[in-house]
Design a protein around this ligand. Structure first.
Ligand code: NOJ
Length: 760
């Protein structure tokens, strides 16, 4: 036996040993290169020929940087077989040349999986994911992900770290911007749409990208809204709220998962075998691979869960993290761990097979190089879809006296505020590749598209959102003289939301509050547009404004979208994907809460209404805040339009259902307004008594309905009773018989309802 064979045998698994003795396991050494062979055969064939070093190299993901030194370093590392995947590759040329090294200068020619954070667009930037969720439109969201994949793959990127489907109920947490909000059902639907969009219909198509469901799991519950913090989610809550969007991603064929940074109840996600292996693989049958979040295996030392990197590698790997992003604990420690019997060879083979499987499924062995045209970036079709998404994501929160849309005879408007012409900030968080030079701001759009008919006076008032210099406010106020209306665009710069960008105060930053206050005193119709990465506490500005549009950072085409909304070419139809708190102290606040023992009802006695020396029980002993009242500023699912929608005649096909029945519920929706508009009709249920307490309302369906002025339509929902299942006292998922209420309406505060019951 020569030394190479000996070396290979030392690291060979059972499959590998058989393979080495018989040649190549299941055929010729080149079988794995044959695209006509089934993926599993190719995986097995290739695995049987790999050395231990080559296998460990596949488990290692590294971040690249720019320049000649990086080129030399990575050329060496890849040819030595030390890297299975790269992230942050600086250009298409680098991607191509690194792939050539992997294909041509390694013994077996195993392609790299080139990855990147393509979160809400690559070049053409769509609204941030929270804004996409506000569309309640899975079609445009799927299209957005497809477009991102088409553009990114044209630079060699075949794996994105998206969708981010962390349920988040705390807007202090900066990463609420990256997800789909607070609701399980909405996030699950968005999860499916994004996975389908990124991965496309055919994984081997050169424009498909592997999706990565992240962050697995519970990261959105970071204590006190502070990033990288601990979470405390008991198993039932995990299963009922945090896991379903990830299960939906799995059902949609998501190829990869990312383990999150948080420790939940003392167990860091990257060392959590119960979640990464028992649930993901055991219960859901996942056969792709798990990547750690950046250095999150090594950071188990920071958590105090591991004494050193070697223990971290052992715990991460044995828990089910197949590929390690960046910390390098696997590549350094794995051989020793294997020698010491702390990890086993079969597990290494399984993880390598999981990674190879994804590479084969993506067709990377057969078509490793960039083969799609560069011109797709910012093409007209992509810009049009980005505009449509930005239109659909804008939420009309207030429209007193129908100030919006601005009337046709509007001659002169003042455009002001630090976000009116902020091409960088308009793109939002997690944008590595979009160029601000391609962003169309509201100022650009108003001038280009409406400037012939309307005089646009632009006076920003403040230089940027945190600007405290009030000198420009007076200029803005005096520019308001003689205008028909004021459009003020305020909010947050993109850097104030996203990873590690958390806030303890959700009020408008800088002197923006003073700007709105001063503008409101002019007596001119004031339309405030808020561009932000999270719901802000904007009650005062809401009161001071005649109309308010909320536009979570809307991306490249945010300007044209908002301009068309302002002038009524389009009607707003976005709905809040997350509850808007009235005050930061209400957080976490979300609609789908449990009732508690004494729900607030009756008179809302606020702090200034309380008589001096009032008796201890004089306020009634119910659950509310003396200084913030019963509820939020806006409930989940809220949003107006230029139409005027009302709901009547809610009816169910039966009053009692069996567990395998489908509930048919219908309602009459009428638009009595003057404009054609789209409404998102929402169906909620409540399960009144369960083996464990149940939320006061749960979204179970929604429909987008467009109606002309004066038009009515019957909106029908078909809800399988099986959708009422949940994890109850015995921790199994099932429907519990009993009494329910079903509501249909325009937001989670709707009150048109019908009772029904479910029998065994
Ligand atoms: C850390 C972030 O948490 C994650 O979302 C991202 O995908 C990785 N870094 C890679 O950039």
């Amino acid at each position: 036996m020569n030394s190479i064979t000996r070396l290979m045998l030392a690291g060979a698994s059972v499959i590998g040993i058989t393979a080495l003795l018989t040649g190549c396991g299941n055929g010729s050494p080149d079988l794995y290169k044959d695209a006509s062979q089934p993926v599993e055969k190719r995986v097995e064939n290739l695995l049987s020929q790999m050395t231990l070093d080559e296998k460990i190299g596949q488990l290692n993901q590294r971040s690249m940087w720019d320049g000649d030194e990086a080129l030399a370093h990575f050329t060496q590392e890849i040819s030595d077989g030390n890297i299975g995947s790269l992230l942050n590759v600086p250009s298409a040329a680098f991607a191509d040349s690194m792939q050539r090294v992997a294909m041509e200068r390694t013994r077996l020619g195993i392609p790299l999986l080139i990855s990147r954070d393509v979160i809400h667009g690559y070049k053409t930037i769509f609204p941030i994911p929270l804004g996409q969720a506000a569309t309640f439109d899975t079609t445009i969201v799927e299209q957005g992900a497809r477009i991102a994949a088409v553009e990114a793959s044209s630079d060699g990127i075949r794996w994105t770290f998206a969708p981010m489907i962390d349920i988040a109920r705390d807007p202090r947490w900066g990463r609420i911007a990256e997800g789909c909000g607070e609701d399980v059902y909405l996030t699950s639907l968005m999860s499916r749409a994004m996975v389908k969009g990124f991965q496309g219909d055919d994984l081997t198509d050169p424009t498909s990208m592997a999706a990565c469901a992240k962050h697995f799991v519970g990261y959105g519950a970071s204590e006190s809204g502070r990033d990288y913090n601990s979470t405390f989610i008991p198993e039932r809550l995990l299963r009922n709220i945090y896991l379903p969007p990830f299960e939906e991603a799995c059902k949609a064929g998501c190829l990869t998962y990312m383990s999150s940074f948080n420790d939940n109840d003392g167990v860091p996600a990257s060392g959590n075998k119960f979640v990464l292996t028992d649930i993901l693989r055991g219960e859901w049958g996942f056969n792709g691979f798990v990547v750690s979040d950046w250095a999150s295996v090594g950071e188990m030392v920071n958590h105090g869960f591991c004494a050193d990197y070697k223990e971290a590698a052992m715990k991460g790997f044995n828990a089910g993290v197949d590929m390690e992003m960046e910390s390098g604990t696997y590549i350094t420690n794995m051989k020793q761990l294997l020698d010491e019997g702390k990890i086993d060879m079969a597990a290494i083979d399984r993880s390598v097979a999981n990674i190879l499987r994804v590479k084969f499924m993506l067709g990377l062995f057969d078509n490793p190089y960039i083969s799609t045209p560069q011109e797709v970036k910012y093409c007209d079709e992509h810009l049009a879809a980005a505009k449509e998404a930005a239109i659909k994501s804008a939420i009309l929160l207030k429209n007193d006296k129908d100030v919006l849309p601005l009337p046709a005879d509007t001659k002169r408007i003042l455009l002001t505020g630090p976000l009116a012409h902020a091409p960088h900030d308009q793109m939002g968080t997690w944008v590595f590749d979009g160029e601000k030079e391609r962003t169309v701001t509201l100022l650009d759009a108003l001038r280009n598209e409406y400037g012939n008919d309307v005089t646009i006076v632009y006076e920003p008032g403040l230089g940027y959102s945190r600007d405290k210099n009030e000198a420009g406010i007076a200029r803005a106020v005096s520019a308001a003289r003689g205008v028909d209306a004021i459009i003020a665009v305020v909010g947050e710069e993109s850097i104030l939301s996203g990873e590690a960008h958390c806030l303890a105060d959700l009020n408008l930053v800088g002197a923006q509050g003073k700007l709105i206050e001063a503008l409101s005193r002019t007596g001119k119709p004031l339309v405030t547009i808020v561009m932000a990465g999270r719901p802000l506490t904007i009650k005062k500005q809401l009161d001071e404004s005649d109309a308010m549009l909320y536009s979570f950072h809307p991306g490249t085409m945010g300007g044209p979208a908002l301009a068309d909304l302002i002038f009524g070419k389009e009607s707003p139809c976005g709905k809040t994907p997350v509850t808007f708190p009235a005050a930061v102290g209400q957080v976490p606040i979300y609609y789908s809460k449990n009732a508690g023992s004494r729900p607030a009802h009756g008179t809302e006695t606020l702090i200034d209404d309380i008589p001096q020396e009032g008796g201890q029980t004089s306020l009634g002993n119910t659950s509310y805040w003396l200084d913030a009242g019963f509820g939020p500023l806006f409930p989940f699912g809220y949003g107006l339009s230029y139409g005027n929608f009302s709901y009547d005649n809610l009816s169910l096909d039966k009053t009692t259902y069996k567990k395998d029945d489908v509930i048919t519920a219908s309602v009459t929706l009428t638009n009595s307004g003057k404009h054609k508009a789209t409404e998102v009709s929402q169906l909620y249920i409540r399960d009144h008594a369960g083996s464990v307490t149940r939320p006061v309302k749960e979204l179970k369906g929604f429909e987008r309905v467009t109606l002309a002025p004066g038009e009515s339509a019957t909106v029908t929902f078909n809800l399988p009773v099986s959708d009422l299942a949940f994890y109850g006292a015995d921790m199994t998922k099932k429907v519990e018989a009993g009494d329910f209420t079903l509501w249909i309406g325009g937001d989670s505060d709707c009150n048109l309802s019908a009772p029904f019951s479910v029998t065994d």
